[in-house]
Design a protein around this ligand. Structure first.
Ligand SMILES: NC(=O)c1ccc[n+]([C@@H]2O[C@H](COP(=O)([O-])OP(=O)(O)OC[C@H]3O[C@@H](n4cnc5c(N)ncnc54)[C@H](OP(=O)(O)O)[C@@H]3O)[C@@H](O)[C@H]2O)c1
Length: 297
């Protein structure tokens, strides 16, 4: 991936995005060499002679270190958990830092409390091989522009500046809404963030556009089982897809027809995005599910 090696000049950037000198930054492409000892024996060779067939295999391994912005949130925590399960080193960033509930995967994440608008990127991005941003949410028009749009634009530029080769954005499906509804700060913010990802990472940037995401959302110590609604709705919509397809050209029809997707599918699609060099661009709900299948075991 050639973008690994591209470090733009830092002098034109705001000081918040300037890191240490380039020479001081580890190159995320640097490969560590792992020596693996393999032993083999042909049929009939006695066990005491077995070592004589030992060979050394030196494999080039690219260590993965993913930074999950919004790592403590509903989607972010599922991504952190999935990444840990795949042996990926994980840094989770959010204003509140480490989640308050417990779980074995939580201890394996390096939690950094920080606000994307003010965070010390050195602490977060040095050595990162991918950034996944789940930053986004609702509020006033201005807040939605800021959190869905500006926050992610800042994150994309910081990642680019630090030479992080991959950026994955959790965006949203457009629900086939008419343009006047898509002009809300939520959607305009999301689209602004998407364009930043695709323009700064034309050959590796990933935008996932899920609809309603279900799973177990933790709020103030309670668990909201969104899967009790999401799972059956997803099944019904998939089973009736061939009948409902003709309706999909109607404006806003996807508010009813876009299938919900499980939080684990979104997480595994993000893992697939991190791992596959040729996985980039915009991904629909169906493609998210497909990508998740490749990683899920
Ligand atoms: N949930 C859905 O059904 C759904 C559907 C489609 C798309 N999406 C999109 O998916 C993304 C994740 O959604 P979610 O449901 O997981 O949201 P969430 O639970 O509210 O998680 C958002 C995360 O972002 C962090 N965050 C917010 N502002 C921050 C800031 N300035 N700096 C650092 N961290 C910040 C939050 O932690 P702190 O508050 O502690 O900072 C939290 O960890 C969003 O972009 C959302 O629009 C969600």
């Amino acid at each position: 991936m050639t973008s690994f090696l591209h470090f733009p000049a830092t002098s034109s950037l705001p000081s918040s995005l300037r890191g240490p000198s380039l020479a001081a930054r580890p190159n995320p492409t640097s490969l560590s060499q792992t020596r693996v000892k393999c032993r083999y024996a042909e049929a009939g060779v006695k066990s005491e002679d077995f070592n004589s067939g030992a060979i050394d295999v030196v494999a080039d391994v690219r260590p993965e270190r993913v930074v999950v912005l919004g790592g403590s949130g509903f989607v972010g925590s599922a991504i952190c958990k999935a990444a840990v399960s795949k042996g990926i080193e994980v840094v989770g960033v959010s204003r509140s830092g480490r989640p308050t509930y417990s779980g074995s995967w939580i201890d394996q994440v390096n939690w950094v409390p920080g606000d994307v608008f003010y965070v010390n990127w050195d602490e977060v991005l040095l050595g990162a091989t991918a950034v996944v941003s789940t930053i986004g949410g609702f509020g006033s028009e201005e807040q939605m522009q800021r959190i869905n749009g500006e926050a992610n634009v800042i994150a994309v530029n910081a990642a680019k500046e630090y030479g992080v080769p991959k950026f994955v954005l959790i965006s949203v499906h457009d629900y086939n809404l008419p343009p006047f509804l898509l002009s809300s700060g939520y959607f305009t913010g999301k689209r602004k963030a998407e364009s930043e990802v695709l323009s700064k990472y034309p050959n590796s940037g990933v935008v996932l556009r899920p609809g309603f995401i279900y799973g177990k959302r933790k709020v103030d110590g309670f668990e909201i089982p969104l899967d009790l609604i999401g799972e059956p709705v997803e099944r019904i919509l998939r089973a009736t897809e061939s009948f409902t397809k003709p309706l999909s050209s109607l404006p806003a029809s996807d508010l009813l027809l876009a299938p919900p997707v499980s939080v684990d599918d979104v997480a595994f699609a993000a893992i697939n995005a991190i791992r596959e060099d040729d996985f980039f661009g915009i991904f629909t709900i169906a493609q998210i599910k497909e990508a998740a299948e490749k990683v899920r075991v």
